[in-house]
Design a protein around this ligand. Structure first.
Ligand code: FAD
Length: 463
């Protein structure tokens, strides 16, 4: 197809979309720009237009128009992803799902909920509060459930409750030909054919547009205790994490923050924590089980020379602590004005965590870049937040070098290049190294489900 024909096709698609959606379709440049960027260092790539869908049927009608004219479609949730996931590298339509924000059914007796894709995770938990239930997956940002499905997100609670992979029961999705599919039921398990739910979870908007999700819920624990535990060295903190997990202690959250992260969090969240390697931990259960878990953890920590822990049982103290942890990325950015974040995201088997972190620290020692380290270490997942100016080739080159080293080390330790953020455009090169021939299988799936490559082209694989 010639370029002129392609452009004509795009114009026709945009005009049909304008007619279909009225004022829920826009080409205003400020809105396009806001939809062509995420929260990371990746450059903005603006879509040609933005559409705000309100129903599954409307999404299907939009996709049929886009498919007929080969117009790329980039699903957009809250735009909090970190690897250039939403940038419109080939132009096209940004399909904003945030107006699909209805909570459709709460089945308290079965511990599940059905939501539209644009529901935000915090709004879901506010809605659920009176039922005594909660949805545990908590990426640091307030993301949409559709975006969390699409990135296979996790967060601080994953060590106890799993990730989106374990907590999505079924999806409704619009496929590249405009058909609407339901990938599962409310049953807790099923052996019925290929697992389309798990295929779409983590597909980053490249295989289908998720419009509804059925999710697992959990009872709000009777007792919760959170603590902040200081250490003399990162190595001892990491040893405590490894021993805690290996001992089978059912810890709900265990997060590491290095001294630089603590300094940034103190300044940003008005805390007064000692600027030393620190673990943030939390236990869930009954009063008795929480006390027992905390005691077992304290014994492991003291064997590794932990300083005296500060414990919080009151909800407001805990909220303050975890908000500070969730804001660690923004705290780091505020700490280095003018810099952006390259947020690395490796995950390794727990027994190899110490090697992964100490190797990263050694790399950083000889670098001129500053990079706080934080992580969901109970899963073997941690981030080196490389603070750099992407327009400065020296900064970008050094950040890329450090990231490459970190990923190579993680892979050699049996880990992955991304524990939770996904591939987007930023980690395409690592996917080949990690999956080898598996990438060919992924491409075959993409080709079968989206032969015209209209869904988020240029992500996961280069187009
Ligand atoms: C401060 C901060 C902390 C973070 N902490 C974590 C963390 O702890 N754990 C973690 O996992 N992530 C974390 N993230 C990353 C981010 O919050 C997650 O990736 C989140 O799941 C993205 O959701 P979103 O609604 O913002 O999606 P978006 O950024 O809008 O989209 C992400 C991807 O999903 C696709 N998509 C969005 N909606 C749909 C849909 N309905 N159907 C199909 N595809 C769709 C998009 O096309 C894109 O490829 C963090 C980000 C920030 C800024």
């Amino acid at each position: 197809m010639s370029k002129a024909v392609r452009i004509e096709g795009r114009d026709a698609a945009l005009s049909e979309l304008a007619t279909l959606l009225g004022d829920r379709f826009t080409t205003a440049s400020a809105i396009r720009e806001a939809h062509g960027r995420d929260e990371s260092w990746h450059p903005v790539a603006m879509p040609d237009a933005v559409a705000f869908a309100e129903t599954t049927e409307e999404v299907a009608a939009i996709i049929r128009i886009c498919a007929a004219h080969d117009l790329p479609v980039i699903a957009f949730g809250a735009g909090t992803s970190l690897e250039g996931h939403v940038s419109a590298v080939h132009g096209g339509l940004s399909l904003d799902l945030t107006r699909m924000d209805r909570i459709l059914e709460v089945n308290a007796e079965d511990l599940d909920v059905r939501v539209e894709a644009g529901v935000m995770r915090k709004a879901l938990n506010e809605h659920l509060r009176d039922t005594g239930l909660f949805f545990p997956i908590d990426p640091g940002a307030n993301a949409t459930l559709g975006g969390m499905v699409a990135t296979r997100a996790s967060g601080t609670n994953a060590v106890r409750y799993g990730t989106m992979r374990e907590n999505v029961l079924a999806l409704t999705a619009v496929m590249a030909d405009g058909s609407i599919v339901h990938t599962g039921t409310r049953a807790r398990k099923s052996s019925a054919g290929y697992d389309l739910t798990r295929l779409l979870v983590g597909s980053e908007g490249t295989l289908g547009i998720v419009t509804e999700a059925t999710l697992r819920l959990y009872g709000i624990p009777e007792a919760v205790r959170s603590g902040v535990v200081p250490f003399e060295s990162i190595e001892s903190a990491v040893d405590v994490v490894i021993e805690t997990i290996q001992s089978g202690l059912p810890i709900a959250r265990i997060e590491i923050l290095d001294p630089l992260s603590i300094r940034a969090c103190n300044a940003y969240s008005k805390l007064t924590l000692a600027e030393v390697p620190t673990l943030f931990v939390e236990f869930h259960g009954t009063e008795a089980s929480v006390a027992e878990q905390a005691e077992r953890f304290a014994a492991i920590a003291s064997e590794h020379g932990a300083g005296s822990a500060e414990w919080a049982s009151k909800a407001e103290d805990r909220t303050r602590l975890w908000e500070a942890r969730h804001n660690a990325y923004y705290a780091a950015l505020a700490f280095a004005p003018g810099k952006k974040g390259m947020v690395t995201d490796v995950c390794v088997p727990i027994s190899r965590l110490a090697e992964a972190i100490s190797g990263t620290l050694a790399d950083l020692e000889t670098s001129f870049l500053q990079a706080p380290i934080v992580g969901h270490v109970g899963d073997g997942n941690f981030h080196m937040l490389l603070l750099m100016d992407p327009s400065d080739p020296k900064d970008l080159g050094e950040a890329t070098r450090l990231h490459d080293l970190m990923v190579a080390r993680a892979l050699s330790l049996g880990g992955t290049c991304t524990g939770e953020h996904g591939i987007g455009e930023g980690k395409i090169k690592f996917l080949e190294t990690e999956h080898g021939a598996g990438v060919g299988v992924m491409r075959a799936i993409k080709q079968a489900l989206d032969p015209k490559n209209i869904f988020n082209p240029g992500k996961i694989f280069s187009a």
